[in-house]
Structure formats: C-alpha cells, structure tokens
Design a protein. Sequence first.
Length: 321
Amino acid sequence: MNAHLTDRGAVVTGWGTALPDRRITNADFEARLDTTDEWITERTGMKVRYHGGTTAGLAIDAGRRAMEMAGLTGTDIDYVLLCTTTPDWHVPASAARVQESLGITGGASDLNAACSGFVYGLVHAHALIGMGLRRILLIGSETLSRITDQEDRNTAILFADGAGAMVIEAVDGPGQLLSFDMGNDGTAIELLYCDIGDHLKMVGKEVFRRAVTVMVESARRSMEQAGVTADDLTLVVPHQANIRIIEAAASRLGLSMESVAVSIHRYGNTSSASIPLALVDAIDEGRVRAGDLVLLVGFGAGMSWASAVLRWPAMDGRTAS
C-alpha cells in the first residue's frame, strides 16, 4: 500500500540495541550436540548468538539507548509498541514493564507477528502518528532461547535473544515511509509454531521454500507501490533467519549481496529483533545516508510477511509542531 494517506508523516530519530551477556558459539554446540561449526555455518550462516535476559529487560536497554540518541525522556514518548513472540507474561503486556521502567506516561502494548513483527510495528507506528500521536518508541525484543529445545540440533543452533529499538517522530509532510505490504497465510501455522509451555516446532524445508517466495513477492509489491526498482535501493534489510534464504531472495530480486544487510553470523535468528539489529549495524557502518532508499522485508510464523520502503531521513529539523 502507498503510505501517503495523511499530511502527517514520521521519521526515525533515534535507535539502540541490546544483547544478553551469554555469548554462544558454534563450538559450544559442537561440544554437546551431533553437529559441527562447518555444518552450521554452511547451512545457516550463523557463527555466534546470545542467550539470556528477559524480553522486557532487553527492550528497556535498547529503548533507553534509542531515546537518549533522540534526546528524549519518557515524558516525551506517547506510546510504547513492543514487537515480540516471547512476552515475559501472558498478562500484562511486556510493554507495560518497559513503559514503567522508562518513565513513559502514554499507551503501551505488545504486537506479535512473529519474525515480521518489527515491520508490522513500523507500519502501526506510522498509522498512530498519522492519527495524531507525536512520538512512539518501537521495539523488537525476543528471548527465543526460552522456548527452544536446546537438545534439538535443528532448532537450538538457530534461535537467539536480543533487542532493537527506534524512536519514530511526527513530521509535517509525508515522512520516510513510502510504501508497505503486509499479509498472513493461516493455513501454514503448523509449519512453525510453539504451544504455550512447549518448545518451537518447525518444518524447516517447507519454511525455507515459502519464505523465499513471500519475501520476494512482498518486496516487489512494496517497490512497485513506491515507484522504485531494485536498482534504486541503497540497502535491503531482510529478516535474519538463514543466509541461504537471504541469498536466494536477493538473487530473485536482482540484488547484489553488497546491498543487503547481513548480521546473522553475529546474532542468529532473533525474530522481531533481527531487522532492527541488522539495520542499526548497517547505520553504524555508514551504509545509510539521508535520502537513501531502504527496503525492510520480513517473514515468519503465521505464515506472516511484511515489507516497507523508506526514504532515510535527515536527522535535523525533524519533528512536527
């Protein structure tokens, strides 16, 4: 969908990330599971991931850093939107703890769209700002190690913990979001799911096949609606699930891997946190400048998918009155 539905847009003005202390390498899995560093690297692209902490705790750390970068305090934020598949409680929303800890007085809620969650959240944040809010703290935070069977070599090596946050602020005019696409196919629920109190279950080969298809189709819809092509993009930030999925999707879209943000070797699969973690790394590496076109694209359990095209904003004179 074309994103210019109102005269009030939004831009990113601050970002931050957080990781647990416990660093898990492929060698750690080699020591106790029937696997090798070579096999894990070749099949997934993963080298390191982090385990530990709580979803709210990681979200608080990442959110505080994003607010500090934007020069804001809790009283400046109207809403906390926490994207997660691993809340700390059934009730209340983990966002309530984030709100309380950061001194935010506005609304707070969780959003679960699995690994597409951060892009879903980005679209929701822009919609809320279009309806009148001024500043939203958007966070993707996960503690997937808590719902992963650490004795299952097919899933233990994949899923990890971490958080990424962004402050989204109102501006006069269209803002950064040029277009977006979101969808879900509920017939594919049993390909990747976790019952309450149990561990993640995944049909890996079928998830792989469908993931490439929905990533490519969603990305093409967002690019078409924004009136851009793959050649116009400076950076593509995909969900970091598997390096082979990323490479296959990039090839079908006609993208050079040089334009794709890849952080899977550093963090593993952190679900809704993976896109902000990869994007912040790319920003820190100087790969994004004002005016650049950035495509975000995610897929996950549901099966959900989401993509968005952003024109990266300048960082001065940003907020609407």
